[in-house]
Design a protein around this ligand. Structure first.
Ligand code: ADP
Ligand code: ZN
Length: 345
């Protein structure tokens, strides 16, 4: 088991990796706690939940909306959860987003914690304290920063995850390696079988390395003013592709990383060999899919990414495997590279 402490201005939270998820019951207050989960997770794991009120949402991104928050809040009131209440979210990123957002506004804020049950949530969503719900098709536009008391990442829960969901999470793990940890990248390259088999010990190590890196970034830059931007590697193109093709997040980000790596090569930041290793790894895990956004839509879809400021974008390049750098460049250049790349292939 590995314990990683995330310290930010407002709070300290503990990420517990390789801990049995059932231990959550011992870490939460015995009264005034409610569980938020989704139907799939409840079906597989619900019987072993602590004996507490359980509120379920429908699985999937569509549950991340203000109406769902409103109806959950009503149910918390009905079950007598007050200002001293506590929410335990058990599920993937959708559940932690909903739980964190609800906990941060209910009665002006109550405590919360997560059991993260998807690889994406374990390596990414549950560290950093960002949460949010969507407004129409604009993602995460209503949300805030709320550090959970603890997050349990139990790799055994990943055994029941559908293959697409698992690989989508792996993409975000590879992202962390590319921007911050060359050793992690190498371990992923050398452990294809173990990763595909979802070996719990290997996963505990990989998730710990990814969370350690994210925790160090977030501790230095909780509110995303500078350093934290590097976590968006692959996401400028990725979000546009996700909007256009409706791929799962990790697959869209993988395509975005392929493009961003190519863009880094074109600007002389990395070598051909480094670019080859990156695309090779993404291809090996079958994360790359065709996407061809029509020319007149590319800039529109990239503009929807709320990380832009004016007509410029803080674009994340890599200077080598394990080293990211951001550069403020005109949106037109980002669009131009996409179209040029697509025209060549
Ligand atoms: P993400 O963490 O990728 O944002 P979601 O919260 O949308 O993901 O979860 C992805 C899907 O996987 C949902 O349908 C969810 O119900 C399901 N799911 C979550 N955790 C597990 C698990 N451990 N086993 C099986 N299915 C799961
Ligand atoms: Zn992401």
């Amino acid at each position: 088991m590995e314990k990683i402490i995330v310290k930010t201005d407002g709070a300290v939270s503990e990420i517990l990796i390789g801990m049995k998820w059932e231990s959550a019951g011992e870490l939460i207050p015995v009264s005034g706690t409610a569980i938020i989960t989704d139907h799939n997770v409840n079906r597989i794991y619900g019987e072993r939940f602590p004996d507490l009120p359980v509120f379920q949402v429908k699985p999937g991104e569509a549950s991340k909306k203000i109406e769902v928050i409103e109806s959950l809040a009503e149910r918390l009131i009905e079950s007598g959860i007050d200002r001293n209440g506590f929410l335990l979210g058990i599920g993937g990123g959708v559940v932690s987003d909903i739980t964190g957002f609800l906990a941060s506004i209910y009665m002006r804020g109550i405590k919360c914690a997560y059991v993260s049950s998807t690889l994406l949530a374990q390596v990414d969503a549950s560290t950093g304290g960002k949460n949010g719900v969507n407004l129409g098709s604009t993602k995460n536009v209503l949300g805030c920063f709320k550090q959970p008391e603890f997050v349990i990442c139990d790799p055994l829960m990943l055994q029941t995850l559908p293959e697409e969901e698992y690989l989508s999470g792996l993409s975000e793990l590879i992202k962390t390696a590319i921007i911050g940890n060359a050793k992690l990248f190498e371990i992923i390259e050398n452990n294809y079988e173990g990763i595909m088999k979802r070996d719990p010990q290997l996963l505990t190590m990989l998730i710990s390395m990814a969370v350690n890196f994210k925790a160090s970034v977030v501790s230095e830059d909780e509110k995303e003013s500078g350093l934290r931007r590097i976590l968006n590697f692959g996401h400028t193109y990725g979000h546009a592709i996700e909007l256009y093709k409706s791929f799962r997040h990790g697959y869209a980000v993988a395509c975005g990383m392929e493009l961003s790596s190519g863009f880094s090569l074109a600007r002389g930041y990395i070598t051909d060999e480094e670019h080859g290793r990156i695309t090779g790894l993404l291809r090996r895990f079958k994360l790359l899919r065709p996407h061809m956004i029509p020319a007149d839509l590319v800039s529109q879809l990239i503009m929807r990414d709320k990380k832009k400021s004016g007509n410029d974008i803080h674009f994340v390049f890599i200077e080598g495997i394990g080293q990211a750098v951001t550069e403020k460049i005109p949106l037109t250049e980002v669009v131009k590279y996409y179209l040029q790349e697509k025209a060549e292939n």
